[in-house]
Design a protein around this ligand. Sequence first.
Ligand SMILES: Cc1ncc(COP(=O)(O)O)c(C=O)c1O
Length: 381
Amino acid sequence: MNNILSRRKWLQTSLSLAGGTALAGALPLVSSPVTCLATPRELAQKEGGMLLLGSNENPYGPSPKAREAMMEAVQRGNRYANVQPLVADIAAFRGVAPENVIMGAGSAEILGLAALAFAKPQTEVVAAKPTFFVLPDVAKRLGANVVEISVDADLQHDLAKMVSAVSSKTSVVYLCNPNNPTGTKLESAQIRAFCEEMSKKAVVVVDEVYHDFITDASMIPLATQNPNVIVVRSFSKVYGLAGMRVGYGIAHADTIKKLQALQAWSGNAISQVSMAAARASLKDQDFVRMSLEKIAEGREIVAAYCKSEGIFTVPSFANIIYFALDKFPASKVQGGFAKQMESHKIIIREGLVGERSFCRVSMGTPEEMRQFVNVLKTLKA
Ligand SMILES: Cc1ncc(COP(=O)(O)O)c(C=O)c1O
């Protein structure tokens, strides 16, 4: 009891010293995920800031257990954080060996390492369009040629066209499932067959950063067996730790070694505070369940509005919705819709499928999504 009290006092003092007196008052009870510390978003809103629906973050994160662990870890900030305890936790959680795991400052670091390791100059990288930019972008910067295969009319990966695009020149195939920005997912059996076939010719990177939003089979078991398949995962999405930068790759032990060989300091890739946050988050599955429920609720609010207004969209399996902007006059100028939203203090992303403009909106709280829909109503033709 004394221990708990003194820790609580320490946390309050730390927050007060950091200018967070109001927050310190809110801290002592971390029983409910939504009533502990204010999130950066809540703080921004209190200060008249923007509604942040542009980066696919979790509005509820970090989890209460993660917040507490982070505050405690501050005390160890003078010590290097060997990643092994987190690697062991992840390995146990995912049912793989520690040798199959590489930690990174976000999954983006792992995607970058995969490009560095395999996307050599003059080779080709096959990816969908649109999809998450990091791996194709790094590959381009390394001198590889990125072959972009447009998603189909249902905003789904066109696997048949991707297969045809793979040749002897292909070094890497990137598959994001569920896909950012479209929110679409492929069947596990389809992905598995695709990976098995394509990995005979190239390294297949399966980006499962949004996989926590679905219950389908992961490609992790395949990746541990097949040296040409790499899976990437993240604590940035459902675990609500985007700003802490914790991601990881899972692959065959030999492939992990190749990626680690290109990493500046793989044993210390993330900070004490980030490591504490990730370890505690894994143990806070109640927070994950709450987040999944609330995010689904938000998605339903936007999807129902699109349906009622005949706005083209497809079912999303991530914390995003991608919908067509045909009915929004501001989108006639590229970026015009995003600017208009910004004038209403809402940040979203605008993108293209062919010539057609789309809005990618990340799920905030249900209340925020109602606010978003109310603004949409005023902007529609
Ligand atoms: C599909 C996908 N992969 C990877 C990332 C990078 O995430 P992080 O580096 O925060 O783990 C993102 C970020 O939005 C993403 O959408």
